[in-house]
Ligand binder design. Structure first.
Ligand code: FES
Length: 74
């Protein structure tokens, strides 16, 4: 779905930006994609999508790096 109509930015674009480009803040999102830089109507929705994507990224990171994947029973 479109999150920012003024800049044509979708939720998929935001999620990809978080997961692949490391974007974590509204400031970064605004600088890279222009989200909420014109009318501002998208700000709360963009924050919500960004927050969800960052939580998902952090959860994946923790699962991949901190939890043991193999157990040795010897
Ligand atoms: S809808 Fe995002 S700045 Fe207007």
């Amino acid at each position: 779905m479109y999150v920012c109509l003024c800049k044509g930015v979708t939720d998929k674009t935001i999620r990809r930006a978080v997961h692949e480009e490391g974007i974590s803040t509204m400031r970064e999102l605004r600088q890279e994609y222009g989200v909420a830089s014109q009318c501002g109507c998208c700000k709360s929705c963009a924050k919500e999508v960004l927050s969800d994507a960052v939580k998902e990224r952090n959860k994946r990171f923790l699962e991949e790096t901190l939890l043991p994947t193999d157990v040795c029973y010897t």
